[in-house]
Design a protein around this ligand. Structure first.
Ligand code: CU
Length: 494
């Protein structure tokens, strides 16, 4: 046990016990989920994917060319006066905000200057499969000192983000906001605050933490638990939580004028941390999640899991206010200042009244009529049973640790219901690439999402219209769980 490092890796004794007895939970894939030998997977280089891309070009004839240059480099960042090694996009933490209109032809010339291969994933966008940025699924890993041009058409407006899909690379700093505007929808806000939340290691890398988790070097006290998350709140307690790359002691300051309407775009880029977000002195009106509109709902705070996004509008009061992102169940927070008037900045450790009541979660959201999926019987039901083996730190889908997996298969133009069950003691924010599903509800009111928290003991089904052929990874957005195998492939077959 080298030094004091394992002290930060705190796993729940209860989960150890639960997993010890939990092998029986390791689920079996339903017969309908198995690849039939007579059915061939539709790969990223297939004619079907090319046809999808051509159809998207025809659907958006007015798209402008939008070009970005993006590089990934080994670098350093200053966190509270301490230099920390980091891997960064364009030497910024977070990476630059990338922005385009719906239907634009976005070309990102990406240069990999890391010491390792990598890819870039455009999280939440239903784009052509060969541009999805998943190594060994949609493209070969991009070797060090080479370039790859990502070329895609964003089909839906909203708050998205981009990040590496390389193994345990994201927590080193490779993430940024991706905003898609709808020029046909005039902005109903005066100011925009883009908020990227993350958890940050100051003295070691995610790979080193993963090795500690794998090695069983942990301590079980004190536990990190959260009532809202229904059990354990994470596997790692971080030394600092960041808001737009800044620690609480050196916060981002958003400025606006009193009475202005601000749109707050919340993005959780963390590896292992859900956040409870509130703006002191204000109620949030949540208007969108994962880029898609919901019926507006007022709340003191909102819970955001890793990979999720929430948009909220507020009418700003006169003064100086704390924007607080409590690391749920971890006893610390990320922090920024919203300033519309004079006064001293709030204490970075402030707990505004708004973080007290239970936060808004997906349960309280209803899709707007415009984006609801029609209620139809799913033609295919697939199971994703989430599981784990504590002692080896292996996390699984349907009993297998990715890259070992049995693909979940579907055909184009079906309604597929993907049923997640979670018998573990920890929440898993499950993300599907290439699609925005509807959280399944009998009345069709479920919000459209690409990442949804599945709480311990809970079943959450995702209704998917299969309109985007290819090979799509679906995985837990806890980056340690992904590295430990909690992923499978949703495979279009023909
Ligand atoms: Cu997980």
């Amino acid at each position: 046990m080298p030094g004091n490092r394992p002290l930060d890796v705190q796993l729940s004794r209860r989960r150890v016990l639960q997993w010890g007895a939990g092998a029986a939970f390791l689920g079996l894939t339903g017969a309908c989920a198995r690849t039939d030998d007579t059915e061939a997977p539709i790969g990223p280089d297939s004619p079907e994917v090319r046809a999808f891309a051509e159809a998207e070009s025809r659907r958006f004839p007015g798209g402008r060319p939008v070009a970005y240059e993006l590089s990934a480099t080994q670098s350093e960042v200053d966190i509270a006066g301490k230099r920390t090694a980091a891997w960064l996009y364009n030497t910024q933490l977070p990476g630059p905000i990338l922005r385009a209109n719906v239907g634009d032809r976005v070309q990102v010339r990406f240069r990999n200057q890391l010491p390792d291969s990598t890819t870039v994933h455009w999280h939440g966008l239903a784009i052509r499969n060969d541009m999805d940025g998943v190594p060994d699924v949609t493209q070969a890993p991009i070797p060090a000192d080479t370039e790859f041009v990502y070329d895609f058409i964003p089909p839906d407006p909203g708050t998205y983000w981009y990040h590496t899909h390389g193994d345990l690379q994201r927590g080193r700093g490779l993430y940024g906001a991706l905003i898609i505007d709808d020029p046909g929808a005039p902005a109903n806000y005066d100011a925009e605050f883009v908020v990227v939340l993350s958890d940050w290691l100051t003295d070691r890398t995610p790979s080193q933490v993963f090795d500690e988790l794998r090695g069983g070097r942990m301590r079980s006290m004190p536990e990190m638990t959260s009532r809202v998350l229904g059990g354990d709140s994470g596997d790692v307690r971080y030394p600092v939580y960041l808001l737009n790359g800044k620690p609480p002691g050196d916060p981002t300051v958003f400025t606006a004028r009193p009475g202005q309407r601000a749109r707050i775009r919340l993005i959780n880029a963390g590896d292992d941390t859900a956040f409870r977000v509130a703006l002191g002195g204000h109620r949030l009106t949540v208007t969108d999640t994962d880029g898609f509109p919901v019926e507006p709902v007022d709340t003191d705070s909102v819970l955001i899991g890793m990979g999720e996004r929430y948009d909220a509008v507020v009418t700003l009061q006169d003064g100086v206010f704390p924007l607080v992102a409590v690391a749920e169940g971890k006893g610390a927070q990320a922090f920024a200042v919203v300033r519309t008037g004079g006064g001293a900045a709030p204490d970075p450790a402030v707990a505004p009244r708004e973080v007290g009541p239970p936060p808004l979660t997906v349960v309280g959201l209803r899709a707007t009529d415009a984006v609801r999926l029609p209620v139809v019987d799913p033609g295919v039901t697939l199971e994703a049973s989430l599981g784990g083996h504590m002692m080896q730190y292996v996390w699984t889908v349907n009993g297998k640790a990715y890259p070992d997996h049995t693909p979940l298969t579907g055909h184009r133009d079906q309604r597929v219901r993907l049923v997640h069950t979670n018998p573990t003691m920890m929440f898993h924010p499950m993300h599907l690439h290439g699609h925005t599903f509807a959280v399944a509800r009998s009345d069709g009111s479920g919000p459209r999402k690409d990442t949804v928290i599945v709480l311990p003991g809970q079943t959450v089904a995702a209704d998917i219209d299969t309109t985007n052929p290819g090979q799509w990874i679906t995985h837990c957005h806890n980056d340690y769980h992904l590295a430990a195998g909690m992923a499978t492939i949703f495979s279009y077959v023909s």
